[in-house]
Design a protein around this ligand. Structure first.
Ligand SMILES: C[S@@+](CC[C@H](N)C(=O)[O-])C[C@H]1O[C@@H](n2cnc3c(N)ncnc32)[C@H](O)[C@@H]1O
Length: 284
C-alpha cells in the first residue's frame, strides 16, 4: 500500500503508556488522554518520513546511541507546543520595566542586570525582555549592562530564536518606537532583530528536567511562562524550588498567572499584584 494511503497510526493503550512515560521522564511534559490523537499523528508523519512501519521498532531505535539521541530531539521538536508571541504578558513586562527603572533611580543595580527566559521557544519572549530592559537604560541615559539567557529543549526553536527573523505581521503588534529601534527590515514580509540586541540574548539548549545540573545562577529576573502547564503539579513545584535558588537576593521569579497554585518557598515572598504572579527572593 502506498504510504499516503496508510491510515494514521493507532497506538494501543500499552504503546501510548510507553510513549507517555518516556516523554515525561525525559522532558517533564505529561500528555493527557486527549493528546493521544496528536501523538499518533506526529508519530505517523515522522515514521513515514523515516520509512518505519512498526512503531515499537521506531521506539527502540530512540534508545540506540547518538543517532537515537538526535532522532529523539527531532521528535521532541514536533511534539512540543511552541506557541509564543512578542509581549505575550504585558503586565509582567511592565513590572520588569518598573523594577529596573526603580533600581536605576536608586542606584542599586548589582553589576549587570541578568534575566533568564525559561522555555523561550522561538525567541519572542527573550527579545521582548531585552527590548524592555534596553529601553530602560536608554531612557536613563546610562551604559546598558544587561544580558538575557534564553533556554529551551527544542533545538529548532532555538535556531529560529538565534536567526531572529519574524513576520512583519507579528512585529507590527509592537510599538513604533520598539519596531524602529530594535528591528531591521529583511524583505517585504520579514523583520529581523537588530544585531546589537541579538548579541544581548544568549540562546542555549536546556532541559528544565536537568535544572539541578544547570550552571545558570545569579539572576535578577527569571521569566518562566506557559511551560510548566504541561507538567504535573508536583513537578512544577520542584522546578520552581530550583529556579528560586538561581535568583540573586531581591531577584524576582515571574510565572504566568495561575500556572502554579499552592506553592510556597521560604526563600521568596509573593508580590501583592493580582495581574501577575511574581516572587521576590529574600535573604537566606
Ligand atoms: C508554549 S511555549 C512558551 C513560550 C514562551 N515562554 C511564552 O510564554 O510565550 C513552551 C516552551 O517550553 C519548551 N519546553 C517544554 N518542555 C521543556 C523542557 N523540559 N525544558 C525546556 N523547555 C521546555 C517548549 O519547547 C516550548 O518552546
Amino acid at each position: 500500500m502506498a504510504w499516503s494511503l496508510q491510515p494514521t497510526l493507532e497506538l494501543t493503550e500499552k504503546q501510548f503508556s510507553q510513549w507517555r512515560k518516556l516523554l515525561e521522564l525525559k522532558t517533564g511534559v505529561h500528555l493527557t488522554d486527549q493528546q493521544k490523537g496528536l501523538l499518533q499523528t506526529t508519530l505517523s508523519i515522522r515514521m513515514r518520513e523515516l520509512g518505519f512501519r512498526d512503531c515499537d521498532e521506531y521506539f527502540s531505535q530512540l534508545d540506540e546511541g547518538i543517532e537515537g539521541i538526535v532522532e529523539w530531539y527531532k521528535l521532541v521538536d514536533r511534539i512540543m507546543v511552541q506557541e509564543t508571541r512578542f509581549f505575550r504578558d504585558p503586565e509582567a513586562l511592565a513590572y520588569v520595566n518598573e523594577l529596573l527603572l526603580e533600581r536605576i533611580d536608586n542606584q542599586c543595580l548589582d553589576g549587570s542586570f541578568e534575566l533568564w527566559s525559561v522555555g523561550c521557544s522561538t525567541g519572542e519572549e527573550p527579545y521582548s525582555l531585552a527590548m524592555v530592559v534596553d529601553s530602560c537604560f536608554e531612557s536613563a541615559d546610562i551604559e546598558p549592562r544587561y544580558g538575557v539567557t534564553a533556554t529551551d529543549i527544542s533545538l529548532e526553536a532555538l535556531a529560529k530564536g538565534r536567526r531572529a527573523i519574524y513576520k512583519k505581521r507579528h512585529t507590527a503588534q509592537l510599538s513604533e518606537h520598539f519596531r524602529k529601534r530594535y528591528f531591521v527590515s529583511v524583505d517585504e514580509d520579514h523583520d529581523q532583530v537588530c544585531a546589537w540586541l541579538r548579541e544581548r540574548v544568549c540562546f542555549a539548549h536546556g532541559n528544565i528536567r536537568d535544572i539541578e545540573r544547570s550552571p545558570i545562577s545569579g539572576m535578577d529576573i527569571i521569566f518562566c511562562h506557559n511551560m510548566l502547564i504541561y507538567f504535573r503539579k508536583w513537578m512544577r513545584k520542584e522546578i520552581l524550588d530550583e529556579l528560586v535558588k538561581r535568583l540573586k537576593p531581591q531577584g524576582v521569579l515571574i510565572i504566568a498567572v495561575g500556572e502554579v497554585v499552592d506553592w510556597d518557598n521560604r526563600y521568596v515572598r509573593r508580590l501583592p499584584n493580582d495581574k501577575m504572579q511574581a516572587y521576590v527572593r529574600i535573604s537566606d
